[in-house]
Every structure is written in structure tokens, then in C-alpha cells.
Design a binder for this molecule. Structure first.
Ligand code: NI
Length: 169
């Protein structure tokens, strides 16, 4: 296993829709292990493959229910059902130092392959629902800040620009 570098907002790869995974081979399994290690070390509750520079539709999530690790590996995930509304603070490992309240669905149902290539259906409420939506957004080239009002999004983007100018991004 190895820690991978997390790329930040501004990297064009994060704006590109990730390719589907066709074969879950040794390399993919190693990539997933690295993603889990990188997520836990960050620390974070979710990580998409493009956040470590790999444009493949893979996400890992662990909201650690009851304080214990329960890693989920989602390969080619697709949101198949959303309902309800939540308005809570969100952040992103690729946009460090920023948090913003955004609207999400309170319940999400996701189809994905697991690491063995088995088709799975996952359902989540609250934080897990938000993590499903946040990570599938990443794989589609979207950030959580895309859900903000234009004014709030531009403020964060201009703050990022300032940090980048100073070499702090
Ligand atoms: Ni993120």
C-alpha cells in the first residue's frame, strides 16, 4: 500500500468525467488499497480516484459508523434514487480549508460493483447519503461547490486563486 498525493481544485482531471472500469484486476485492487490508505490518512470519509490523479470511476467511502471502520468500495457507481432534503456543511479533500453549507438529498440509493466485481446496491441516509452524492459528483467531474449559489461559489474560487498566487495551493 502507498499513500498517494491528493490533487486539488484547479487540476483539469477533477473536471473530467472518469472512465468506467471494465476489468477489476490486480492493479485496480492495489489502487483501491492505496485510495483507502490515502483517505484514512487525510483523514477523510470519502475519496474518488480522480482525486489521486486516476481518471477511473472508483470511489471509497467510510463514514465509520459507531466509530469503527466500515470501508465501502464503489466501482462504476450510479445514483439510482434520491429523496428528501438535507442542508449541511460539506468539505472536500481537494478543496482544503473550505467548508460550505449545501443542499443534498437526505436518502440515496447507489448501484456499484464491489471489489470482487459483484453488482451491489447501497442505500444511505444522512452523512452516508451525502458521501454517495459527493463522491459520484467527483467521478462526473463535479465539486460540491458547484451546488452553491453563484456568489458563494465565486467567493471560494477567488479565495483559491489568491492562495494559488501565493503558492499556497
Ligand atoms: Ni471531495
Amino acid at each position: 500500500m502507498a499513500l498517494r498525493k491528493i490533487v486539488k481544485h484547479g487540476d483539469p482531471l477533477l473536471r473530467k468525467k472518469c472512465d468506467s472500469v471494465n476489468v477489476i484486476d490486480k492493479e485496480i485492487k492495489k489502487l483501491v488499497q492505496d485510495m483507502l490508505e490515502t483517505m484514512y490518512a487525510a483523514p477523510g470519509i470519502g475519496l474518488a480516484a480522480n482525486q489521486i490523479g486516476i481518471s477511473l470511476a472508483i470511489a471509497v467511502i467510510d463514514i465509520q459508523p459507531q466509530g469503527k471502520p466500515v470501508p465501502l468500495v464503489l466501482i462504476n457507481p450510479k445514483i439510482i434514487e434520491l429523496s428528501g432534503t438535507l442542508f449541511e456543511e460539506e468539505g472536500c479533500l481537494s478543496i482544503p480549508g473550505f467548508l460550505a453549507q449545501i443542499k443534498r438529498s437526505a436518502f440515496a440509493k447507489v448501484s456499484a460493483l464491489n471489489l470482487e466485481g459483484m453488482p451491489m446496491i447501497y442505500t444511505g441516509e444522512g452523512l452516508l447519503s451525502r458521501a454517495f452524492q459527493h463522491e459520484t459528483d467527483h467521478l462526473n467531474g463535479k465539486f460540491y461547490i458547484d451546488h452553491l449559489s453563484v456568489i458563494k461559489r465565486l467567493k471560494i474560487q477567488s479565495d483559491i486563486k489568491k492562495l494559488r498566487k501565493k503558492g499556497n495551493w
